[in-house]
Design a binder for this molecule. Structure first.
Ligand SMILES: NC(=O)C1=CN([C@@H]2O[C@H](COP(=O)(O)OP(=O)(O)OC[C@H]3O[C@@H](n4cnc5c(N)ncnc54)[C@H](OP(=O)(O)O)[C@@H]3O)[C@@H](O)[C@H]2O)C=CC1
Ligand SMILES: Nc1nc(=O)c2c([nH]1)NC[C@@H]1CN(c3ccc(C(=O)N[C@@H](CCC(=O)O)C(=O)O)cc3)C=[N+]21
Ligand SMILES: [Mg+2]
Length: 297
């Protein structure tokens, strides 16, 4: 039996519809239009494509999109000045600074300069702390999207064994926090982990956020497990073209897993939809308006 494919693209369409519905409600009832500011430092072409698609979907959801493209040699002071300006701008409800930043910029310093209430990435130390202590936070978009899909596919996650491979601040750690909040038994694996295939083999839920193409093999996976592949890796094909693959060896994993997210069309589209959802959530909170259901956890 082959795995059910978890269609992140479809989930994302449904979530974006919910976002658009609430955006028109905010417009009609309160004359408010949520605004998202995206800051890109440097010329990285992949990031530029990503920023463009975010901008397009933001506008399609009825929100305002503000894009700031700064040159790669932008100074820390210049960047912090822009962030302060966006923090003070009442038309901006969400701020995203695209990572990674160029070497000469201190990522933690820059992220922590964002008003936590506008931190739609959920990367500010205050949001990370709120999430870790079970308080109302802005939840990082990628883990949020993963959890929404997991809840839909597994129902209650309580008591399930979850293995998160990767411990980054933007994916692995917040993912583990969310799964712990759902009462999973959570294991976080990383590059120093010794018995990874064995650990993965005990998991009812596997979340792969490793950054290594096709790294997790089907034979490691427990039959029937739910596999969430966060990885986005561009690899060379035989014919000189490139192809997008995840951190999971999809072809072998799909023969064993109960359900699995594909790459592309899995976690990626949900990440962007969650960014829009977080922007609406941040907007509602900023005016102390009731929050719409289903846009966050
Ligand atoms: N779909 C989406 O929306 C998003 C996708 N991504 C993708 O997800 C992946 C992970 O991203 P991110 O968390 O930022 O990556 P990082 O590079 O920041 O973290 C990778 C993690 O994987 C661990 N790791 C690396 N090699 C191994 C190994 N051989 N065995 C076990 N663990 C290993 C690292 O361990 P250690 O800490 O010991 O170094 C680290 O904790 C990437 O492919 C990225 O492109 C990222 C964000 C959003
Ligand atoms: N501050 C910040 N926040 C982020 O959330 C953030 C970031 N920086 N830096 C880069 C990573 C990566 N990331 C992706 C989101 C969606 C897709 C996505 O939609 N992928 C499509 C395919 C896209 C394609 O074909 O190239 C898919 O998987 O189907 C990919 C990657 C967010 N990130
Ligand atoms: Mg990283």
């Amino acid at each position: 039996m082959t795995a059910q494919i978890i269609d992140g693209k479809n989930f994302a369409v449904a979530l974006r519809e919910k976002v658009a519905e609430h955006t028109s409600y905010l417009k009609e009832k309160h004359n408010i239009t949520p605004g998202l500011a995206v800051v890109l430092v440097g010329e990285d072409p992949a990031s530029q494509v990503y920023v463009r698609s975010k901008g397009k979907q933001t506008i399609e959801a009825g929100m305002n999109s503000y894009e700031y493209k700064l040159s790669a040699d932008t100074s820390e002071t210049e960047l912090l000045t822009l962030i302060n300006q966006l923090n003070a701008d009442t038309n901006v409800h969400g701020i995203l600074v695209q990572l990674p930043l160029p070497e000469h910029l201190d990522e933690a310093l820059v992220i922590n300069a964002i008003d936590p209430a506008k931190d739609v990435d959920g990367f500010h130390i205050s949001n990370a702390g709120l999430l870790a202590t079970g308080q109302k936070a802005m939840v990082p978009c990628t883990p949020l999207g993963c959890l929404m899909m997991l809840r839909e596919y597994c129902g209650s996650l309580s008591g399930l064994n979850a293995v998160v491979v990767g411990r980054s601040n933007i994916v692995g750690k917040p993912m583990a926090q969310l799964l712990l909040k759902e009462s999973c038994t959570v294991t976080i694996a990383h590059s120093r982990t010794r018995n990874l295939p064995e650990l993965v083999g005990g998991a009812d839920i596997v979340v792969a956020a490793v950054g290594q193409p096709l790294f997790i093999k089907g034979e490691w996976i427990k039959p029937g497990a739910t596999v969430i592949d966060v990885g986005i890796n561009r690899i060379e094909q035989g014919d000189g073209m490139t192809r997008l693959v995840g951190d999971v060896d999809f072809e072998t994993a799909r023969e064993v897993a109960g359900a699995i997210t594909p790459v592309p069309g899995g976690v990626g589209p949900m990440t962007i939809a969650c960014l829009l959802a977080n922007t609406v959530t941040a907007c509602c909170r900023s005016y102390s308006l009731p929050e719409p259901q289903g846009l966050t956890v």
